[in-house]
Design a protein around this ligand. Structure first.
Ligand SMILES: C[S@@+](CC[C@H](N)C(=O)[O-])C[C@H]1O[C@@H](n2cnc3c(N)ncnc32)[C@H](O)[C@@H]1O
Length: 323
């Protein structure tokens, strides 16, 4: 009979409880744990089946890279700065009045939350994110005392109806497994007349800041990980999501931004901290990584010691909850 220890079961239960693993995989694990419990009554056949499935899934999980947000400081260096650069343009466009009660859905390490606090004089901000590592960084950097951070999911916001004047998802919509549920939740917790907004890299349209790197990965036969709902940030899909949630006064715009790194090594060391990039890099050999680095250097036309500038493009949307 295949050996599975109690520790294996505990590990799988912990995996099932983790928020950042694939939803259907988590469901599978819970079903198997249930099967194990039933097997105590049913006998060895069910136990053997359940144990062999658990081992198979464990192997698969160890082999499959995952996008994980488990490093708030690393996130800041790689994506937090990008979020802020795009967030400045976004707020110039939205022009929210001061004194609003905001919810920042998928607040992550607080990169956009801080911008909001600095620029828009909100009366309060509630930041919600599934990642405890990101939230810990957000709490540690926040000094103004108007933002509060709690664990939660965009598809089940832990607040009653009409709790806020405005909601935002900054670089998040493509991580939400069911984007319509996420947008409906923002519309639910914002009062009539309030604002529901978002900006997100146009991943499918090539707007992700690391598209040059991802293109080289693909050319090497190493398909990079994509967020579960990567197509949600196409402009037409954002419009469909916002109108589908019953929002009105919908407006959209493109946000084109640039970020300059000191030199190629500065860029490269930041890029390797990216949640999606590091997951694929973890599966590569040292030779493959060296080859990738040189290909990206060539593609960016990076001269030794000279600054490197990257372009990125996000789609932004805002709409109102009907009065
Ligand atoms: C690219 S980061 C954006 C963080 C922050 N808003 C910013 O502008 O830097 C995406 C965030 O979405 C969070 N996230 C992933 N799935 C989520 C979900 N279902 N609901 C809410 N947030 C989610 C991740 O934990 C991560 O912190």
């Amino acid at each position: 009979m295949v050996e599975v220890s109690t520790a294996d079961l505990v590990e799988m239960a912990a995996g099932a409880a983790a928020v950042d693993i694939n939803v259907s995989f988590r469901f599978d694990i819970w079903m198997l744990l249930l099967a194990c419990a039933v097997s105590i009554l049913a006998g060895d056949t069910v136990i053997e089946f359940a144990q062999s499935r658990i081992l198979k899934m464990k192997d698969t999980r160890m082999a499959e890279p995952q996008i994980r947000f488990d490093d708030g400081a690393g996130y800041e260096r790689m994506m937090g700065k990008w979020s802020r650069i795009a967030g400045e343009v976004f707020l110039d466009w939205v022009k929210p009045p001061s004194g609003l009660r905001w919810i920042d859905v998928g607040c992550g390490n607080g990169a956009f939350t801080e911008l909001l606090a600095e620029r828009c004089r909100p009366s309060q901000i509630q930041g919600v994110d599934p990642s405890e590592a990101q939230l810990a960084f957000a709490r540690s950097r926040h000094s103004a005392g108007i933002a509060h951070f709690r664990q939660g999911d965009a598809m089940a916001l832990p607040f009653p109806d009409n709790s806020f004047d405005a909601a935002v998802m900054a670089l998040v919509i493509f991580f939400v497994p069911e984007p319509p549920a996420g947008v409906a939740e923002m519309a639910r917790v914002v009062r009539p007349g309030g604002l529901v907004t978002s900006y997100a890299w146009d991943i499918e349209g090539g707007g992700f800041p690391h598209e040059p790197l991802l293109a080289e990965m693909r050319a090497m036969g190493l398909p990079p990980l994509r967020p579960p709902s990567f197509a949600a940030s196409r402009m037409e899909n954002l419009r469909t999501l916002w109108s589908g949630a019953g929002l009105d006064r919908i407006e959209t715009r493109e946000i084109a931004v640039q970020r300059t790194f000191e030199d190629f090594d500065d860029y490269w060391s930041a890029a390797l901290l990216g949640a999606s990039i590091k997951a694929t890099v973890a599966t590569m050999t040292a030779d493959q990584l060296g080859e990738l680095k040189e290909k990206v250097r060539t593609q960016l036309g990076a001269d030794h010691g000279k600054p490197v500038t990257l372009d990125a493009r996000a789609n932004a949307i805002m709409g109102g909850v009907p009065d």
